[in-house]
Design a protein around this ligand. Structure first.
Ligand code: DMJ
Length: 453
C-alpha cells in the first residue's frame, strides 16, 4: 500500500517537473536572441525595399524592382510596415515609412480598387498608425479613403461590390464572398469611434449582418453570394479563403466594441463549425470543407490561410480545441519543407504548392503562447520563423515560395510579410508588455486597434 502510494507520488512529481520544464525550455536570453534575429530580418527586408522599390507598393526581392498593384502606388508596404517598426522600436525605419506615406499618398485617383485589400491593409494601417503615433494626418487620410470606399455598399442588400473606383465611385463585380463583405467591421467601427460619425459603423454592420441573416438552417454560410440579389452562388463552407475574416471580425468586433449582436453571431457560427467542420486525424485536427445546407463534407482540403482559426479560437477562450488544431497546423508545416497553400489532409497530398510568406500559422502560435505560456508554441514559432529566414532569403529581401516541395522561390514579397508575419514572429518572443492583448485587437492584417468599449 505504502509502496504504491510512493510510486504514484513519484509519478506525479515526475510529470509536474517535466511539464514545468517544458514551460522553461526557452530562457529569457533565448527569447531575446530570437526576437533580435527577427528585428534584423525586418531591417534587411526594409533596406531592400528602400534601395530598389522605394515608394512602390511592394518589392520584387529577386529581380530587385518595385511593383504596384494598380497604375499608381498606394504605398502599401510603408503603410503595412509602419506599426511593425513602431512595435519593434525601429525609429529610423518608422520615420522613413511615415515620410513616404505623407509625401506620396493621395486617394483622388481614377482607379478601381479591391475594397477588402484596401480596407485591411490601408485603412487598417492608417488607423493603427494614428492610434500608435498620434499624427492627425493619418486619420485625415483614413477618413478620406473610407469615404471613397462607401459607394461600394450602395446595393439593395447592403452588401458591397468587390471593386470600387476611388474617384468616380464606379462599381465592379457583384459576386462577392463573406470575408470581403464582412471584413470592414473593425476598421469602420474604429473610424466611427475616432470621428464620432456613426455612418461608417452602420454601413459595415448592415453588410456583415446581411450575410449572417442568409446563413443556412444549420448556421453555416457559403463561399460566393450575389450582393445585388442576396442569392448564394456557391454553397461550400470552409474556414480559409473567402470566409476566414468574416468569422474573425464577428468575434473581434465584440472585443473592440462590446457589440452583443456580433458575439451572438460568432457563437452561432462557432458551434456550427465545431459540429460540422472540425475533423480529428492521426496527424492532428483540421477543418474540412462542407456544404452549408447539409453539413456533408465536400472536400478534405486545408491550407495556410485556414491555420488562423486556432489563434482565433484561443483568443475567444476555447484553448483546448485551438491546441488540437495547432497540432494539425504544425504537421502541415513540417510535413513538407514549409506549409503549402492547400493540401488534402485525408490523402496527405498537396493541391497548391506555393507559400507566399503567410503569417497565419505563426499568428496561432502567438495567441496560444499568450494563453498557455507553453514553450511548445515558442518552439513551433521558432521552427517556422527560422525556416522562413533560412529558406526564403533572397538578395534584397525575403521571397515567396513557388513550390514548397522543391523550395523554388518566386519574385514576390507581399506587404503582409511586414504587417503580419514579421510582427507575430517578433511578438511571440518579445516581452508581453510590447503589445497588451487586453488593450488592443488586431485587424486581419495585424494592425493593432485600441479597445474602446
Ligand atoms: C492577409 O492579407 C490577411 O491576413 C487576410 O485576412 C488573409 N490573407 C493575408 C495573409 O495571408
Amino acid at each position: 500500500m505504502r509502496s504504491s502510494y510512493l510510486l504514484i507520488l513519484g509519478l506525479v512529481i515526475l510529470v509536474s517537473v517535466s511539464c514545468n520544464n517544458s514551460k522553461k525550455t526557452f530562457s529569457d536570453k533565448a527569447k531575446q536572441a530570437q526576437s533580435e534575429k527577427i528585428v534584423r530580418a525586418t531591417q534587411f527586408a526594409w533596406k531592400g525595399y528602400m534601395q530598389y522599390a522605394k515608394g512602390f507598393d511592394a518589392l520584387k526581392p529577386i529581380s530587385k524592382q518595385g511593383e504596384n498593384w494598380y497604375k499608381t502606388s498606394l504605398q502599401m508596404t510603408p503603410i503595412d510596415a509602419f506599426d511593425t517598426f513602431t512595435l519593434m522600436g525601429l525609429k529610423t525605419e518608422a520615420n522613413e515609412a511615415k515620410g513616404l506615406i505623407f509625401a506620396n499618398l493621395n486617394f483622388d485617383l481614377d482607379m478601381n480598387v479591391q475594397l477588402f485589400e484596401i480596407n485591411i491593409r490601408l485603412l487598417g494601417g492608417l488607423l493603427s498608425a494614428y492610434e500608435l503615433d498620434g499624427d492627425k494626418r493619418f486619420l485625415t487620410l483614413a477618413e478620406d479613403l473610407c469615404k471613397r470606399l462607401l459607394p461600394a455598399f450602395n446595393t439593395k442588400t447592403g452588401m458591397p461590390y468587390r471593386y470600387v473606383n476611388l474617384k468616380t465611385g464606379a462599381l465592379r463585380d457583384s459576386l462577392n464572398n463573406p470575408a470581403e463583405i464582412g471584413t470592414c467591421l473593425l476598421e469602420f467601427c474604429k473610424l466611427t469611434q475616432l470621428t464620432g460619425d456613426s455612418t461608417y459603423y452602420k454601413i459595415a454592420k448592415k453588410a456583415v449582418f446581411a450575410v449572417y441573416e442568409r446563413r443556412s438552417s444549420i448556421d453555416l454560410v457559403g463561399t460566393i453570394i450575389d450582393v445585388t440579389t442576396g442569392e448564394w452562388k456557391k454553397s461550400e463552407c470552409q474556414i480559409g479563403a473567402r470566409l476566414d475574416s468574416y468569422f474573425e471580425y464577428l468575434y473581434k468586433n465584440w472585443l473592440l466594441t462590446g457589440d452583443k449582436d456580433c458575439f451572438e453571431a460568432w457563437e452561432t457560427h462557432r458551434k456550427a463549425i465545431a459540429k460540422y467542420m472540425i475533423t480529428d486525424t492521426k496527424n492532428g485536427t483540421f477543418l474540412t470543407r462542407v456544404d452549408m445546407n447539409t453539413g456533408k463534407e465536400t472536400r478534405s482540403l486545408y491550407g495556410a490561410l485556414d491555420a488562423f482559426y486556432a489563434g482565433l479560437l484561443a483568443l475567444s477562450g476555447d484553448v483546448a480545441t485551438a491546441q488540437k488544431i495547432q497540432e494539425g497546423n504544425f504537421y502541415m508545416w513540417t510535413r513538407f519543407n514549409i506549409e503549402p497553400e492547400v493540401f488534402d489532409f485525408k490523402k496527405d497530398s498537396i493541391l497548391y504548392p506555393s507559400y507566399p510568406l503567410r503569417p497565419e500559422n505563426i499568428e496561432s502560435c502567438f495567441y496560444l503562447f499568450r494563453k498557455t505560456h507553453d514553450s511548445k508554441y515558442l518552439e513551433m514559432g521558432k521552427r517556422m520563423t527560422d525556416d522562413i529566414i533560412d529558406k526564403c532569403k533572397a538578395e534584397a529581401g525575403f521571397a515567396a515560395v513557388k513550390n514548397v516541395t522543391t523550395l523554388e522561390l518566386e519574385d514576390s514579397m507581399e506587404s503582409f510579410f511586414f504587417a503580419e508575419t514579421l510582427k507575430y514572429s517578433y511578438l511571440l518572443f518579445a516581452p508581453e508588455s510590447k503589445l497588451d492583448l487586453s488593450k488592443f485587437v488586431f485587424n486581419t492584417e495585424s494592425h493593432p486597434l485600441k479597445i474602446n468599449r
